[in-house]
Write a protein that binds this ligand. Sequence first.
Ligand code: F0G
Length: 458
Amino acid sequence: MRTIIEPFKIKSVEPIFFTSKEERVKILEEAFYNPFLIHSNKVLIDLLTDSGTSAMSSDQWAGIMRGDESYAGSPSFFRFEAAVKNITGMPLVIPTHQGRASEKILFSILGGKGKYFISNTLFDTTRANIEFSGAEGVDCLCKEGKLPTVPAPFKGNMDLELLEKTIQEKGAENIPLVIITVTNNSGGGQPVSMANIKAVRKICTTYNIPLFIDACRFAENSYFIKLREDGYQNTSVENIAKELFSYADGCTMSAKKDAFANIGGFLAMNDPALAQQCRNLLVITEGFPTYGGLAGRDLEAIAIGLVEVLDENYLQYRIRSIEYLTNKLIDAGVPVMQPAGGHAVYLDAKGFLDHIPVDQYPGQALVGALYLEGGIRGVEIGSLMFGKYDDNGKLIPAQMELVRLAIPRRVYTQSHIDYVAEVIIEVYQNRKQFKGLTIVEEAPLLRHFTVKMKPSTN
Ligand code: F0G
C-alpha cells in the first residue's frame, strides 16, 4: 500500500518557535509546571489541543470574506443553519460561541440540585457546567474503555447494564438527559459504535429520557464506524453521521473540532419548547438567535467546515496520522492508549512514569518532561483534571493517568510527527530521571487550567 499523504497543499505558513533546553527549564519553572501557563511562542510543536487550532481551507477563508454581519437574519446564519440541519436532521439550530456556551445554556435549564446526567464520559467543561448547576454527572463507560493498553474497536461505548442500573437507582424522573460523547475525548478519543448508540436510544425510550450527543468529533467517530463496524463499509461517512444523529433528540457541538473553525459551536434539537427556553437564555448571554455568540464570518467558516470534514480522503489521512504516531510508540515499547484514538495520542502516564505515585501527578510530570526535552506541549488528562479530595483532604485519583497529545487538524506534517515520536521515545528511555509534582495553588473548578505546581521533594 502506498503512503497516505496529507490531502492538501500549503498556501500560507506560520513560524514555529525554537528554544534551547536551558531556556525551557526556566520557562517551565516560571509557568509553575502548568502547560496552560506557557506562552505559545515558547512552544515548538503545540499538541495542547485540537480545539480551535485547525488550519482553515482556502474555501473557508473565502467564506470569511463573504460573511454578512447583519445583526438579524444574516444569510450567513441561514447557510450555517442549513449545514447543521443537513447533518443532524434536527430542525432547531442555535449558534453559540463555543461548546461550553451550549453546555452552559442547556444545563442551566435542565440541571439543578437532585438531577443526574449520565454519559459514557463527560468532558471536563460538560461536567463542570453540570456541577455548577447543582446537578451531578455520572460516567458509565464500558469496562474495556478503562484499560488503556487493551485494544478493542469501540472503547468509547456506554456500559449498557450500568446505564440501566444507574437510571433505576437515581430515578428516571431525576435524569433530564443521557449524553453520549463522540468520540470519547476524556477516555482516549475512542469511538462509540452505532450498535451502542442504538441500544442507548432504546433504553432512553423505555425510561422516557431524552438522548443528546456531544458531537465535537462526530466525523471522526463516523469514520471509525465505517472502518470497524459490520455493515457500514459501503456507507458514506455522511450517511453514517446522519444515522448517528437520527437516534438523538439533540446535540451540543464545539465547532472548534470537527468543523475546522477557530471559534464557534451550536445546540441543535427537536423539542421546540426546550429550544425556546435555550433561545431565551441565549439572548442574554450569547446574542440574538441568528448569530448567537458569533460573527457572520464565523458562521460561514463553520458551514463550509462541516462539509469538508466529511471528505473521506481527509478522514483517512486524519485517522491514519494518529495511528502512525501511536504505532511508532508501541513499537518502541512506550505505554500508550490502544488502539489509536481519533484526534490524539494518549500516553499512559501510570505505566510510563511508574516510579511516580498518583498523588504526585505522573501525567503532569510527563507533560513537563516532553516540554523540557523537546518543546512539545501536551496536556494531562488524569488526577489533576479529574481528581477530587475526600473529607480528609486525601486525593481520590481519576480512573486513568493519561497525557494527551492532540493533533491539530491539517496543521503538522509527517516530519513534525516523526520528531514528536523521537522525543517521546527518548523521554521514555530516560524516564527514571523525572520527578513527581506537588500542588502549590489551585482553583475549586477546572483546576488544571490555573494550577501552580513544584517538583516533589521525595
Ligand atoms: N465536549 C468535548 C468532548 C470537548 O472535547 C470539548 C472541548 C467541549 C465539549 C467544550 O467545547 O472548548 O468549544 O467550549 N475540548 C477541548 C479539548 C477544549 O482540548 O479537548 P469548547
